[in-house]
Design a protein around this ligand. Structure first.
Ligand SMILES: O=C1O[C@H](COP(=O)(O)O)[C@@H](O)[C@H](O)[C@H]1O
Length: 261
């Protein structure tokens, strides 16, 4: 892998991982607030929200460690074309795991769910979500891409991230910021997702991958020339990417660059 390499932070377990993940997120938050007085973040579903909640709902260890939720704008890295209270909804998951548990004293984030009026037309669902991004990021100006302060992503056991799946033509999308997918190999089939250029242009990108079930795909992602979506993000974004894993997920994985916290 040429150029700057992604960082890897591996921990004994999720309890050890969570405080380090929090520090990384807080650093990103504080940089975002300095830059534009807001913290623009996109989150994934799957196994991530639980770990994220463990990290973010812990007591701050100092004044610099405070999560300023009232300054957060939370978008979805991908979402399934289902109602917001459906068991497959990424919004429902993050709401249950995190949003509903944020103490009022910490302030509440501005959250951008999909517009469920368009569930039957995934192209329109994606276009409407992109419109929300345009309103938030461009504010009347013309911008080529939305630059998130932070993306919080998962990696599926097939190497997918967001709803960008291995070998799918959507990986070649260069114009749209948000795209529909109607043939997701992982159910449910109809979804929308941030596209690869949006993902790779974020200021920082975090992957959280835990458990022995991720070990084999982690070897592939960090192997040569596999074209897996997670590997494409690593290649394009280099050291703006940080992987937070437990030891079980990275047993036997050769990392070009191992970080220490
Ligand atoms: O379908 C999805 O899967 C990925 C990975 O999920 P995980 O449970 O293996 O962590 C997730 O990041 C994505 O948001 C979700 O829609």
């Amino acid at each position: 892998m040429p150029g700057k390499q992604p960082n890897l932070f591996a921990f004994s377990d999720v309890n050890a991982l969570a405080p380090a993940l929090r520090s990384h997120i807080v650093t990103s938050q504080n940089a975002g607030l300095l830059r534009h007085d807001v913290f623009k973040v996109a989150v994934s579903g799957g196994s991530l929200p639980k770990t994220l909640a463990q990290a973010l709902l812990a007591e701050p260890r100092s004044e610099e460690d405070v999560i300023k939720f009232d300054k957060w704008e939370i978008f979805f890295a991908d979402e399934r074309a289902v109602p917001l209270d459906h068991e497959d909804s990424n919004y429902a998951l993050i709401k249950k795991e995190l949003l509903d548990k944020i103490p009022a004293s910490l302030g509440q984030p501005k959250v951008y769910p999909i517009n469920v009026e368009y569930l039957n037309d995934t192209q329109e669902l994606a276009d409407q979500y992109e419109k929300q991004l345009v309103e938030s990021f461009a504010k009347g100006d013309s911008v080529r891409l939305p630059i998130f302060d932070l993306l919080l992503l998962g990696s599926g056991p097939d190497g997918h991230t967001c709803s960008l799946f291995p070998g799918h033509p959507l990986l070649r999308e260069t114009d749209a910021w948000v795209a529909p997918i109607e043939d997701s190999p992982k159910p449910p089939p109809k979804r929308i997702t941030l596209t690869l250029p949006v993902v790779t242009h974020a200021v920082r990108i975090v992957f959280v991958a835990t458990g022995a079930g991720k070990k084999e795909i982690m070897k592939e992602i960090f192997g040569a020339g596999n074209g897996l979506p997670c590997a494409l993000v690593n290649e394009a974004a280099g050291d703006r990417v940080s992987w937070f894993t437990d030891n079980a997920a990275v047993e036997g994985v050769q990392f070009p660059r191992r970080g220490f916290l």
